[in-house]
Design a protein around this ligand. Structure first.
Ligand code: NAD
Ligand code: ZN
Length: 377
């Protein structure tokens, strides 16, 4: 089969690789028809992880089931399914509590598995013609009869829609709240969209990229352009000097701030400054783990200068981590099916696998208008 593989820093290529196949009786094999490029792929693309050369990338996958293992009872050949990016067993002590982003079975020692990702188990991704889905009965979200026509909406259930929702869940966004969200990438836009679904009264979305801020405005958020001065001061102005009730970090670790400053820790500290005393913060932007055995830049990157003093003084609460996609994706699927959510509003490009390396380049450069790329293998 053909697949997009990691070759080295800022290098990916489409290659002929052995077909994905059923390896365990609980596996399901899916022909992928839609698979997104994600901001999380950029951590690997930009060389910030230990991902190995030859790994097939892609963790936001949707397609049709073409084969099931002998122990699969629920999922059938022909089903249209979306695959939560977390690979989970369904029976470990974390999965039993719905914390499928931290499955203890599929990636022992690290906790949490994913397709096509560094440090999240030996699983290949779905930017390919075929994908093997472990524990298929648990890890396939079956889609309704409009799946094929509405792939752009349903494919967002693999990651960014539940992840944006998770940011607002960690931040405990409630009706009437004001919410400050940093990062208007796909994840931040989905967090803003989710805050709106949860009844937030005021949604403030911060970024430097004007094309993304225009999308923010379209979904009813107030754009805060970080090119025009300190975004925290602007948030204070817009919230009567109190700060927002809730805050979300949808940026994560950055080598440097796009303004040119070397401030990898700036975003989380800006969220802390933006939230009112006793508020709650959700962090879904990824902070790549530190490696205690490598003192170089790659090893140190998870350690940021967090402003614990301000956090403590304000009595804030914070939640973080990979989204437990399965905790939300049925409900969000049903909102899409009912016509009450259309997360495809952020799709900017559809491309075939051959053009994927070029699409990675544009998305990584944050070229104007490249918000979300859907690949069609
Ligand atoms: P993205 O890189 O497209 O978007 C990030 C946005 O943040 C960009 O628009 C950028 O201009 C903006 N930004 C950068 N520095 C900023 C700053 N100082 N202030 C305000 N905005 C700033 O990526 P994305 O797909 O939206 O993903 C965002 C983050 O979420 C990434 O770290 C990704 O790995 C992570 N993520 C986490 C999960 C999870 O389960 N926790 C799932 C998916 C993605
Ligand atoms: Zn993703």
């Amino acid at each position: 089969m053909r697949a997009l593989v990691y070759k080295g820093e800022r290098q990916v290529a489409v290659e002929q690789v052995p077909d994905a196949r059923i390896e365990a009786p609980t596996d399901v094999l899916v022909r992928i028809t839609a698979t997104n490029i994600c901001g999380s792929d950029l951590h690997m693309y930009e060389g910030r992880t230990s991902v190995e050369e030859g790994k097939i990338l892609g963790h936001e996958n949707l397609g049709q089931v073409i084969e099931v293992g002998s122990a699969v009872v629920r999922i059938k050949v022909g089903d249209w399914v979306c695959l939560p990016f977390n690979i989970a067993c369904g029976f470990c002590r974390n999965c039993e509590r719905g914390l499928t982003g931290f499955c203890l079975t599929v990636n022992p020692g690290m906790a949490g598995g994913a397709y096509g990702y560094a440090e999240m188990g030996p699983y290949n991704g779905g930017q390919a013609e075929l994908l093997r889905v472990p524990f298929g009965d648990f890890n396939c979200l079956r889609l309704p009869e409009d799946a094929q026509e509405r792939q752009d909406d349903y494919v967002m259930l693999a990651d960014i829609f539940p992840t944006g929702y998770h940011a607002t869940e960690l931040a405990r966004v409630s009706p009437g709240d004001s919410v400050a969200i940093f990062g208007a990438g796909p994840v931040g836009l989905m967090a803003a969209y989710s805050a709106s679904l949860r009844g937030a009264a005021q949604i403030l979305l911060v970024d430097h990229q004007r094309d993304r801020l225009r999308l923010a405005e379209k979904i009813g958020a107030v754009p805060v352009d970080a090119n025009e001065g300190d975004p925290v001061e602007r948030i204070m102005e817009l919230t009567g000097g109190r700060g927002a009730d809730k805050g979300c970090d949808c940026v994560g670790w950055q080598a440097h701030d796009p303004s040119g400053d070397e401030h990898p820790d700036m975003v989380i500290n800006n969220v802390v400054r933006s939230v009112r005393a006793t508020g709650t913060i959700g962090v879904v932007g990824v902070y790549v783990p530190s490696d205690p055995h490598s003192p170089d830049e790659l090893g140190r990157q998870g350690r940021v200068a967090f402003d614990l003093g301000t956090f403590f003084q304000k009595g804030l609460t914070m939640g973080s981590g990979q989204a437990n996609v399965k905790a939300y994706n049925r409900q969000l699927r049903d909102l899409i099916h009912a016509g009450r959510a259309e997360p495809s509003f952020l799709v900017s490009h559809h491309v075939g696998l051959d053009d994927a390396p070029d699409a990675y380049r544009h998305f990584d450069h944050r070229d104007e208008g490249w918000t979300k790329v859907v690949l069609h293998p």
